[in-house]
Design a protein around this ligand. Structure first.
Ligand SMILES: [Zn+2]
Ligand SMILES: [Zn+2]
Length: 566
């Protein structure tokens, strides 16, 4: 509903509608976000009862509820070429700029847009310039690179479901997921399965029969079934091998290219064993013969696995059961779906010892950021709930926008009222690396910053993060004792796992945070644990693996130390 309203506003702007009309839809969308209540299917009477709902918004909702769409939107999309709509989604391009490109150059598709960039025609448009042209070109390249890829969280259910069905149909066979999905990569191109059997034919036939699958004959061969899941066109490769070769193949089919490259060099003892071993009964046996501990699939990326394997005692990687509490969660005070009490109770009922509530700060108007008065009210409610839910504890936090100059979003006096502050960049994404890095380091040096959220504000497969000097940012966090979050939202999953090991080497605390906007999303912490493991994250390095009392003490100490006083 909100997306439909926003899209209508964008399209109106694209078509040069009167700004008053555009605002009509934008205001409705923002209003609905603020109300944060599901309004689909509500009757006119029920809508009347919602406080703060504008009558004009009510009309839109009624139209959507009765017709399933907005007539205005239907008209606009019918007169807008698909390619032009795709341009609206590109970074660096808003409706006004797309309108100029469309109307002056007659460009109606992304390939045409790319050509115009390459020929320098975009830079010459009034109000564009070289920098905008480069941003558009970069967005187009990014989009190209991401085509046909899936978030780990969206591919996983298909993979596990297929694996389960295969096991049910062929309980005696050796079956495993392999490839990037088994390594829990944040983004995957395909589901890969390895099956050890002498009866390839039977399984082939079974795969052919599945209505959820579609075979690609040209790509398949006697030992490889290739095709896709019909829904979403997620690609699938099922490879077959002899049962006695299964565990050897499993290692070869699981590791990334970089991991396999190690077999010829630093990890040559493993390569040698793989060459000579006859019928291993498990992966562990292969590693054992190579005098290595079992390397979990997540680590097989050619990055840190050998260092990890040689470390004394091979530290056990973080598991869900190690987590004791939850930071970074939103409530209906800003743009969350569930109330403070609902979030807290849900979290307690999952067995966690605490939750850190962090609604958006005042500048984030689009997300219903909190005024100082709302903060006061929330804190009173937290005090009350803390009595009721004890020993479970709610920490008073805020997700403060980092402003363009690196300042936080409240005065020191207001910041001092929180138990902890998460600093986040949400806007001004077009800064160059130097500026962006300075901005974020200034926020890290702010004595009120406890934690740094989603470092580059990327959205996987959708938006590149802003460019940043990772090393400098992590070093600054180490200096200031600022915790770095692994944002566990499957779209974000950053701190990128490729930098986790560096952060750990600098003794930076990592916190696995759901950034939950509804209570169920607290479960997303699983995906954060997955990418944390890829970077070698362990329980002792994880901030929210600390028990309640230790977190309390840590936050209190940090607060007192704040040089500006609290
Ligand atoms: Zn955020
Ligand atoms: Zn957030």
């Amino acid at each position: 509903m909100i997306a439909l309203l926003k899209d209508t506003a964008k399209l109106l702007e694209l078509h040069g509608a009167n700004p008053f009309q555009v605002r009509h839809y934008t205001k409705a969308a923002v209003g609905l976000e603020k109300i944060g209540q599901e309004v689909g299917g509500l009757s006119r009477e029920a809508l009347h009862k919602i406080a703060g709902l504008q009558p004009s918004t009510g009309k839109f909702i009624q139209e959507i509820n009765t017709t399933g769409t907005l007539q205005r939107w239907e008209e606009l999309t019918a007169t807008t070429p698909q390619g032009v709509r795709e341009m609206l989604a590109l970074r660096g391009l808003g409706p006004k700029k797309v309108r100029v490109i469309w109307s002056t150059l007659g460009i109606e598709s992304l390939p045409e847009l790319l050509r115009a960039c390459e020929e320098g025609r975009i830079a010459q448009l009034p109000g564009f310039g070289q920098k905008t042209q480069e941003t558009i070109q970069a967005s187009l390249a990014f989009r190209e690179k991401q085509a046909d890829k899936f978030h780990y969280a969206s591919a996983l259910p298909y993979a596990t479901d297929l694996e389960k069905q295969l096991r049910q149909a062929f309980p005696a066979l050796l079956i495993s997921l392999t490839g990037a999905l088994r390594r829990k990569m944040e983004v995957v191109e395909r589901v890969e399965v390895l099956i050890g059997t002498e009866q390839v034919h039977t399984v082939f036939h079974w795969l052919d029969q599945q209505s959820m699958l579609q075979k690609e004959d040209k790509l398949s061969g006697p030992f490889a079934w290739r095709g896709q899941f019909v829904e979403h066109a997620l690609k699938l490769t099922v490879l077959f091998c002899k049962p006695k070769e299964f565990y050897k193949q499993l290692i070869l089919q699981t590791g990334s290219k970089a991991h396999l490259a190690l077999f010829g060099g630093e990890g040559k003892q493993l390569g040698a064993v793989l060459d000579s071993i006859m019928e291993p009964l498990s992966e562990a046996e292969v590693y054992e013969q190579a005098k290595l501990p079992y390397i979990p699939p997540e680590l097989r990326e050619g990055q840190i696995e050998l260092t990890w394997a040689r470390e004394k005692g091979n530290p056990r990687l973080l598991e869900m059961k190690d987590l004791r509490g939850v930071f970074h969660s939103h409530t209906t005070y800003s743009d969350g779906k569930h109330s403070l009490a609902e979030m807290a109770r849900y979290c307690r009922d999952l067995g966690y010892e605490y939750i850190g509530i962090t609604d958006h700060s005042q500048r984030a108007v689009y997300a219903g950021g909190l005024t100082p008065a709302a903060i006061q009210q929330q804190h009173e409610e937290i005090d009350h709930l803390n009595k009721e839910l004890a020993p479970f504890k709610i920490f008073k936090g805020i997700e403060s926008d980092v402003l363009a100059d690196g300042d936080l979003d409240y005065s020191d006096e207001v910041l001092a009222r929180f138990d902890f502050v998460i600093s986040s960049v949400h806007t001004g994404m077009n800064m160059d690396q130097k500026k962006a890095t300075e901005r974020i380091i200034k926020a890290i040096r702010n004595p009120y910053t406890t934690m740094l959220a989603h470092l580059t504000n990327r959205l996987l497969l959708k938006r590149e993060g802003f460019p940043v000097d990772y090393r400098a940012v992590i070093d600054a966090c180490a200096d200031q004792g600022v915790v770095i979050e692994i944002n566990a939202n499957p779209w974000r999953l950053e701190l990128d796992w490729r930098w986790v090991a560096y952060a750990l080497s600098k003794k930076v605390w990592i916190s696995v945070n759901p950034d939950a906007h509804d209570k169920e999303s607290i479960q997303n912490m699983y995906y954060g644990v997955c990418v944390g493991r890829k970077g070698g994250l362990t329980q002792p390095n994880t901030f929210n693996a600390l028990p309640r009392q230790e977190v309390t003490t840590y936050l209190q100490r940090r607060k007192v130390k704040s040089p500006r006083g609290a």
